[in-house]
Design a protein around this ligand. Structure first.
Ligand code: NAD
Length: 455
């Protein structure tokens, strides 16, 4: 059974029966049949269903947000923000679908016409993480459905109720039966799902699971998208307003209790502003409200997973053992709930796990650097490649630094930000392929090349 536990109270909300082999086979063949018909409908019809889904989502947004808060501890204002933000992404897809999928005639001569058209992949699996189930889920299932695919959506075992909610919303929106089905279960169920003759797998989660998924389907040459972890750096130059930047980076590091793939996980600070920045950062961190995620004033709720407490404690102990200083003393809270108050570490270096391994929680290391080239070297001293940010008043300086980053996303004077119009893509251990933007739409179709000679 999958026990759904409220991380704020440690109470059992419900227990769910994971899908077995027979159930997965039944769901797959239902999806396969439904997809054939769906692919033959017009884009206009498909868009009408997704537009209705958007309306239904908006109607139920409070309920969706509360469910998310209860099952994974995200503060209610942040949960609502995620549900509402999903609408912005849906609008982008609705607006850009036609143009992106348009047939393109690339050659027209007296004897020959060449053109490109796009066809859906077929039945895809969407195996998802728990930290932003609406965002990372909709990045996949909305464009996948709009382009004519069927989706077997496996939410994380820590967001199963949200998975069920999304299926209900599709039902209310009138999506034909079988096109979006939820697969309940954990890693074993996910791995059984991969044995079905899928036409694509789109995964969001950890690097370790990403590797397993990639290996499991490698011999089948199906489309694979992997959105994995990060150890995202920020660099604070010597020409900034430290108060403003500290405020922005506290948010970038601790929003959703630091459980975002693009959370800022390490900060390098030019020595000229190091002391002032550190003071401002610590002061603002201490003011963050940690507590009941159902209360509107809460900024940091409990961690979604109990095991993460030991993982974070280990990173802090490792850093302390190697000479780090605790600048803000946080850590696990006594009593019920998997709460973890933010920890800020100083005097850190790259021998410490906290500067190298993804933390995925409210802990951060602040490191002094002498100049831009030292900052660039340290920012790039990682196996990840998701995002990197730089704070400076000088645009040329920012472009030069960000140009050196081997990451899918770069930020100037901002961080921890996703736009539906830009591709969301990781390099190296942060993943493969893109979602969002027109590139993310094309992830769900296969091109067909037409060579047409006039006789
Ligand atoms: P996870 O890897 O533990 O699980 C992700 C999903 O994979 C879950 O649904 C899980 O049940 C399933 N799974 C586990 N083992 C499997 C297997 N062998 N075969 C098939 N499926 C399997 O990750 P998580 O804890 O849910 O998510 C946190 C991670 O996700 C972090 O590393 C975070 O950075 C990453 N993430 C990345 C992005 C991005 O866009 N790059 C977005 C959100 C989260």
């Amino acid at each position: 059974m999958i026990d759904v536990i409220n991380p704020a109270t440690e109470e059992l909300i419900t227990s769910l029966l994971p899908d077995n082999e027979d159930e997965l086979s039944r769901k797959f063949s239902l999806a396969q049949d439904a997809q054939k018909e769906w692919a033959s409908t017009s884009l206009k019809e498909r868009k009408a269903v997704i537009a209705r889904f958007d309306k239904v989502l908006s109607k139920h947004k409070q309920d969706c947000a509360r469910t998310l808060t209860k099952e994974m501890g995200k503060p209610i204002t942040q949960a609502l923000h995620e549900v509402e933000g999903t609408s912005t992404r849906i609008s982008f897809f609705l607006e850009h679908m036609e143009k992106t999928l348009q047939d393109e005639t690339v050659l027209k001569s007296a004897s020959m016409v060449e053109k490109i058209t796009y066809e859906p992949l077929g039945v895809i699996a969407n195996i998802s993480a728990w930290n932003y189930p609406y965002f990372v889920g909709s990045n996949v299932f909305i464009p996948a459905l709009l382009t004519g695919n069927a989706v077997l959506y496996k939410p994380s075992e820590f967001a199963s109720l949200t998975g069920g909610k999304i299926a209900q919303l599709f039902e209310e929106a009138g999506l034909p039966v079988g096109l979006f089905q939820v697969v309940i279960g954990g890693g074993n169920t996910g791995s059984m799902l991969l044995e079905k003759p899928l036409n694509g797998v789109f995964f969001t989660g950890s690097v370790g699971t990403g590797r397993k998924i990639s290996a499991a389907v490698a011999s089948r040459f199906i489309r694979v998208g992997l959105e994995l972890g990060g150890k995202d750096p920020a660099y604070v130059c010597d020409d900034v307003d430290v108060g403003t930047v500290a405020e922005n980076l506290v948010d970038g590091a601790f929003y959703n209790a630091g459980q975002s793939c693009c959370s800022v996980e390490r900060i390098y600070i030019h020595e000229k502003v190091f002391n002032n920045f550190t003071e401002a950062f610590c002061e603002k961190t201490k003011k963050l409200v940690v507590g009941d995620p159902l209360r509107e004033e809460t900024y940091i709720g409990p961690l979604a997973r109990k095991t993460q407490i030991n993982f974070l404690n280990d990173q802090v102990a490792d850093a302390q053992g190697k000479g780090a200083l605790i600048l803000v003393t946080g850590g696990a809270k006594e009593g019920k709930g998997w709460y973890y108050r933010p920890v800020v570490l100083g005097n850190v270096d790259h021998s410490m796990k906290v500067m190298r391994e993804e933390s995925f929680g409210p802990i951060i290391g602040l490191m002094r650097v002498k100049n831009d080239s030292e900052a660039v070297k340290l920012m790039q001293d990682t196996t990840y490649g998701l995002t990197a940010s730089v704070y400076t008043k000088d645009g040329d300086r920012a472009s030069e630094i960000l140009g050196d980053m081997n990451t899918g996303t770069v930020y100037w004077n901002c961080c921890d930000r996703v736009s539906p119009a830009l591709p969301w893509t990781g390099r190296r251990d942060s993943g493969l392929g893109s979602t969002l933007s027109k590139i993310g739409i094309l992830s769900f179709v296969q091109p067909k090349a037409w060579h047409m000679r006039k006789t």
